[in-house]
Structures are given as C-alpha cells and as structure tokens.
Design a protein around this ligand. Structure first.
Ligand code: SAM
Length: 235
C-alpha cells in the first residue's frame, strides 16, 4: 500500500483533535441528528442489516442503534483512538470498534471478513481519504461487501473539482478533496453497483456560495444507497 502523510496525520493527531473539537461533550447514548437522518434514508429502502460496518464512524452511535434496535452485528473503523475508547466504554461490548483507516485496518486485513457484510456506511469520509490510499480504500470496501449488499455514501457533489486545505492542520498537506464525479462513481463505473436511492441537498450555510468567492455548488451534498450485484446489472 502507498504511504500517506494525510492518513498518518489523521491516525496520530487530527482524528483525535477532531473528536475533541466536535464530540468530546456528546452523550454517546443519544443518536446525533444527522445520524438519525441516515437511519431514515436507510429505512426508506427497507435496509435491516444483519452484519454492518461503518468507516469513519466516530464513537459509533449509529452502529449502537442498529445493534440495539435490530440485533445487527456491528463493526466500526475510526482513526481517532479517543473516539474508539468512548464507544468501547459506552456500549457494553455491542459495538466492535477499532482504530484504523479505510485503507489500513484489522477488519480488511482479515480475509475471513471478505463478502460478509450486507451494509457498509461511509458518512462524509471519502473527501478526507488521501489520494494515495483512495483506490486501496475502494477495493477494501468492495471486498467486504456481500453480493446483494448495500453501500451508503454521504459526500459532496460539487460541479467543479476542489481541494481545500484542512485549516486546523497548521503544517499543511492535509486536504478535503471534492472531486467532480463524485466518489460513488468509482463504484458505479464498475458495472457492479446501482444507485437505489439518492437525495441531493444544499448546505444552507453555504447555499449558492458564489457571494463567498467559492465555486458554485461546492457544498452540495449527495446521499446515496448503492446496491451491489456481481451479475444482475449485465445483460
Ligand atoms: C467530518 S467527519 C464525518 C462524520 C463522521 N462520519 C461521524 O460519524 O461523525 C470525518 C470522519 O472520518 C474520519 N476519517 C478521516 N480520514 C479517514 C480515513 N482515511 N479512513 C476512515 N476514517 C477517516 C475522521 O476521523 C472523522 O471521524
């Protein structure tokens, strides 16, 4: 696997700093509102997973909800050791959390996990994956997902490609990547993934954003559910 300054920086510093800035005072037993919206969208397409994994899951509140409400076997991978600690202490062992990145983590390193998950969630994480490890990350997700399984992706849907430096990282070299495309098209281009649900929205704080000197629609969001099939989408 290629080395990545960005992934290393998340693992060693920025993911914990993000946790401290945004989640340190949260009650892990309260499902965050934007996680509830993910739940509502998955309900619309009647997804009740038996075995689920979320990448960049923070402390795992969405995973805990599925474990409690549906008896789902749940796993999460998150670069923040602090967030992993919070979830491991809060949920009585229901949620299996581990520190890692999409590209490099204990779940993907174990061949026994191949094709065993019927739901993967990636909520606003792809833009933070370094370009060096992006293809490895996509390959890892595809390897875990069962034939017929679902992949939920929340991500930006810009008109133009942009790359914004993470201003919390003073030494630089860490970016939020918003490719035109966007990342979900890396899956659909394979012919093995079809969009079964999509919701597009504008970040109200940013809205049209031209007046803020940013490219139009830089903060347009896409929420999709992709369904995987190894054969069904080919004639
Ligand atoms: C902006 S937050 C998105 C919201 C987050 N999914 C949640 O549930 O709170 C980005 C999350 O992705 C994690 N992350 C960053 N780079 C990652 C990577 N390469 N692989 C997996 N997670 C990553 C961060 O630590 C952080 O928790």
């Amino acid at each position: 696997m290629q080395t990545s300054h960005q992934d290393e920086h998340y693992l060693s510093a920025e993911a914990d700093a993000f946790h401290e800035r945004n989640h340190a005072s949260n009650d892990p037993h309260t499902l965050r509102p934007y996680k509830r919206r993910i739940l509502d969208r998955l309900d619309k397409v009647a997804i009740k997973p038996k075995r689920m994994i979320e990448f960049g899951c923070a402390y795992g509140d969405l995973l805990n909800h599925y474990a409690v409400e549906h008896g789902t076997e749940v796993f999460g991978v998150e670069p923040s050791a602090k967030a992993v600690d919070v979830g491991m202490n809060a949920y009585d062992g229901r949620v299996n959390l581990m520190q890692g990145t999409m590209a490099d983590n204990p779940i993907c390193a174990d061949p026994a996990n191949e094709g065993t998950f019927d739901l993967i969630v990636v909520d606003d994480v792809f833009c933070w994956v370094s370009r060096e490890t992006l293809f490895q990350s996509v390959a890892n997700l595809d390897a875990l997902l069962a034939d017929g399984g679902s992949l939920y992706i929340q991500e930006f849907l810009p008109l133009h490609q942009t790359r914004n430096a993470n201003h919390h990282v003073t030494e630089g070299g860490v970016y939020c990547y918003k490719p035109r495309g966007p990342h979900m098209s890396m899956f659909t281009a394979s012919g093995m993934y079809e969009v079964v649900y999509q919701e597009i929205s504008l970040d109200t704080a940013d809205a049209w954003v031209e007046d803020r000197g940013k490219p139009p629609f830089e903060s347009r969001w896409s929420n999709v559910v992709l369904r995987k099939s190894l054969g069904d989408y080919f004639e």
